[in-house]
Design a protein around this ligand. Structure first.
Ligand code: AMP
Length: 192
């Protein structure tokens, strides 16, 4: 099963992807997590991405497409995967189509988490507070300025994907404002 989770920052893509990944024993492929790992490791990709990410911008398409293309080729993806945070632009979506076609694969579903804009800042703030309380390090882009840029990037670059996948007959939307367990239930019904 190959699934994409789509939604603005703070919509709950990470939380829900993890739950789907556990339930269906397929990996969660988060480009954000992979890029953060690259930044921590100081790899050439990490060095390129560090400032862009901290500012809330989008890392160039060729960089993320390269990362995903390598990751999808790994053995744990043979039974499928959940894409969390990728694709984020129309060119990324086209590259993904080409990549999957070349491997004889296809997307099964694209699930959009619909969330009220006004709730996103609160959610991101809460994530930062909880991370601090747990003794962790707050993401450099979980602050008001970067969130504004991330939201603008979402509406300008990523939201056109909703129409793209609707046109391909793949899109299903769920109410991302519902409690976590209810969102999971809605997703389960779609993937059943
Ligand atoms: P996320 O963890 O999904 O919120 O991603 C954190 C940051 O990583 C984003 O704000 C971007 O700077 C970068 N990023 C993650 N995925 C992508 C992508 N598919 N395309 C471009 N930039 C990305």
């Amino acid at each position: 099963m190959n699934v994409i989770l789509l939604g603005p920052p703070g919509a709950g893509k990470g939380t829900q992807s993890q739950l789907i990944a556990q339930k269906h024993t397929i990996p969660q492929l988060s480009t954000g997590d992979m890029l953060r790992a690259a930044v921590s490791a100081g790899t050439p990709v990490g060095l390129k991405a560090k400032k862009i990410m901290a500012d809330g911008g989008l890392v160039p398409d060729d960089v993320v497409v390269g990362i995903i293309s390598e990751r999808i080729a790994e053995p744990d993806c043979v039974r499928g995967f959940i894409l969390d945070g990728f694709p984020r632009t129309l060119p990324q979506a086209s590259s993904l189509d080409r990549l999957l076609t070349s491997k004889g694969l296809k997307l099964d579903r694209v699930i959009e988490l619909k969330v009220d804009d006004m709730a996103l800042a609160d959610r991101v703030e809460k994530r930062a507070r909880e991370t601090l309380a747990a003794g962790g390090t707050v993401r450099p882009d979980d602050n008001a300025d970067a969130l504004k840029t991330r939201l603008m990037a979402y509406y300008r670059e990523t939201s056109p994907l909703i129409g793209y996948y609707y046109a391909h007959g793949l899109l299903k939307s769920v109410d991302g404002m519902a409690p976590i367990a209810d969102v999971t239930r809605q997703i389960d019904e779609i993937l059943a």
